[in-house]
Design a protein around this ligand. Sequence first.
Ligand code: NAD
Length: 433
Amino acid sequence: MQTPVPTAGQHAIPSYLQADHLGPWGIYLQQVERVTPYLGHLARWVETLKRPKRILIVDVPIEMDDGRIAHFEGYRVQHNLSRGPGKGGVRFHQDVTLSEVMALSAWMSVKNAAVNVPYGGAKGGIRVDPKTLSRGELERLTRRYTSEIGLLIGPTKDIPAPDVNTNGQIMSWMMDTYSMNVGATATGVVTGKPIDLGGSLGRVEATGRGVFTVGVEAAKLTGLPVQGARVAVQGFGNVGGTAGKLFADAGAKIVAVQDHTGSIHNASGLDVAALLSHVAERGGVGGFAGAEVMDSDDFWGVDCDILIPAALEGQITKDNAGRIKAKMVIEGANGPTTPEADDILNDKGVLVLPDVIANAGGVTVSYFEWVQDFSSFFWTEDEINARLVRIMQEAFAGVWQVAHEHKVSLRTATFIVACQRILHAREMRGLYP
Ligand code: NAD
């Protein structure tokens, strides 16, 4: 059951008291169960993965513009720090729950280990609809939350980043607040910052570029030519827009796009550059002249070779998975496929490139941002893209090999690779004291 959304000045029952064990955290636990038989002697440590190392729940009180005092519930969860400092975004959303933040923090442990960047997994969030706040209220909320989680975060401890409804401005306020509290400018405390504040070139496009890179690798391995491939994309924002553009530049045809403003179709291929300008101007694909409008539910059954869900969680479900015609699904979004839909796609022989590897390009360039901040030496965009592509290709090749060795899905294979890395680090470190 969803908890009522706390509004300014109300004191709702904290959602953590109603943690839903069949929600995201429950799904994550099922995924860990699935990989346990493949962990060999490391299975002895598997319980480590089933409980977050630290959960911090904070009250975030702020003064609203009209003088009322409002209380919001904030979280920072450090799932596992065996391989390095915590890393993971901060989400501002009215439906954020502890179960969700716990699961997202665990998926960050898996993602970071899958691409072998030296981080553990963490995630944060505030249960708030930021659209209801003024800019001043949003800044006060961000700063107070940052101070409250200041116990846990730091450039060598836990490094937040943007997630749903948070952006470079919010990262700038977080960096400034942390810096004021420690008495020194600490750019490395968050990533996803604007370039002028220690952000990295290439970060904005990194996730879409990673999606494209693993897609191309999988296409090579399965004999699917990218040139001429028909691609459908859900979500034409940062991830979907970049991935769509890179596929189109490589000679693929973007035949259908769906976003919150509508679904459009053009069997001979959309003009992606024109569509990106239209989205930038109009806020969505709705009203784009070079395409036919299609029913939103028909989008899932569109004739295509590659489908890229790059919008929201839980979009490919048992109700539409059976209709998907694509040979390959590349998960740009986090958690776009429900577990039942995942089984349907696997049974149909659709190759699913799972989120925990396919969208890891963002955290990989976040890692580059953090390294550049530490050395105060900034790389060119070409260097960044080349390093990103190399990391994604190597990580994907490793996962592909494990999937074939054990005859498991790429999702299970990614979990096997990642969980082995995490638990091997745990084993080598040993238990303290
Ligand atoms: P964004 O806000 O730039 O774009 C979101 C897109 O989703 C928009 O095109 C929007 O119209 C569309 N959308 C929203 N509601 C929809 C609906 N009901 N039906 C269809 N489309 C809808 O966000 P983004 O950064 O591109 O993130 C997209 C997904 O990728 C999210 O799941 C996010 O967690 C994940 N992700 C993003 C990054 C990153 O670096 N940006 C990294 C990893 C994962």
